[in-house]
Design a protein around this ligand. Sequence first.
Ligand SMILES: [Zn+2]
Length: 433
Amino acid sequence: MELDDHAEDLASDLGVDKEEVKSDLQNLIEYSVPIDEAKGSLRRKYGDGSSGGGSAPSSKEIGEITPEDGNVTVTGVVLTAGERSIRYQGSDHVIVEGKLAGETGVIDYTAWEDFGLSPGDTITAGNAGVREWDGEPELNLGESTSLSFSEEPLDVPHEIGGDAQLADVQTGDRAVNVEVAVLECERRTIDGRDGETEILSGVFGDESGRLPFTNWEPAPAIEEGGPVRIENAYVQEFRGVPEVNVSEFSAVSELEREIDVGTDSTTMDIGDAVRTGGVYDVCVVGNLIAVRDGSGLIQRCPECYRVIQKGQCRTHGEVDGIDDLRVKAILDDGTGTVTAVLDDELTEQVYGGSLEDALEQAREAMDQEVVADTIRERIVGREYRVRGHLSVDEYGANLDAESFEESDDDPEARARVFLEEIDGVDDREVVDA
Ligand SMILES: [Zn+2]
């Protein structure tokens, strides 16, 4: 049958204008949609309820896909395509992940079959599954997906390829390319999913920032210190911050140019930093409004190193605790709050004494809370600049401090801004009421 006949068929079935149907059909076929699927899609478009009761996939613009869609047919340009090995139901699968762009949006996809996708390909995926991830729709391309490549490239307002700067890299990103200096690197033996495995872990840096990495199959160019270009890395959360993962499918090559790694971390408003869900190496400035319980002189479990209460570990029961120092301090800059966690060294600095001094002060007072009280007197009400790694969990935001310094800013000026912000909030609340 010719296109014309198909169009005539459809037009008389659906009682609509033949030329209109023909032009729609032409469009779909140009995107390599099989004729039967194209006709099915138009039947649904023009409202013929008798054809399959809506169980067949409908054509959708990428920007219009929602997590509620069951299966869809989409046309788009492959922006990125990265292989990764995952363990699924007990066996290893190589999957391809990346982003697909249309004229109206971008969507993440996972291909469970080897479709041979490459960045720049224009494809039509018939019967692609839609699933929800983190509130957003994603595409699953699998066995029941019919995939075709189009000769005519679709023009999309997005850059093809996965080149990224470390500052812009986010948890969940796939097929990322970075050019980085290796700032820290150590070879470690871990208990992986196939027993003991040698990996490299450390910190990458570029002009935009720093991020921790794991290299699952030690690459010589990384171990020698770089600089390196890495293609097809993926980003996963580890200990609350994004981490660059370099796998057996990543390409690592020596880089000729030097990478100028900035020494300054990004300074952010606390509210913005918390909203990112986790940042490696960030700087915040805020008023220290309280020192939380569990600060000062504390005891840790010798087994799991968690803080214990009255000689009891939640996991290991009664244990002989190890004395330690730490501070959990709440910092507020008017946009949000974060708990800055200071390790023993930083705590010694703000306390003005060593662990031995703290133990002696506690013995004399017959109360170890005096150490936290001393720290409170020294730091509450002052303004600090704290640099470290910020993570967010269900209990709130923690900033694992690497440095903790009293701010050089004019505290009066900042206090004024802070109060104005609070006044602003009050005004809005009055207006709302
Ligand atoms: Zn324990």
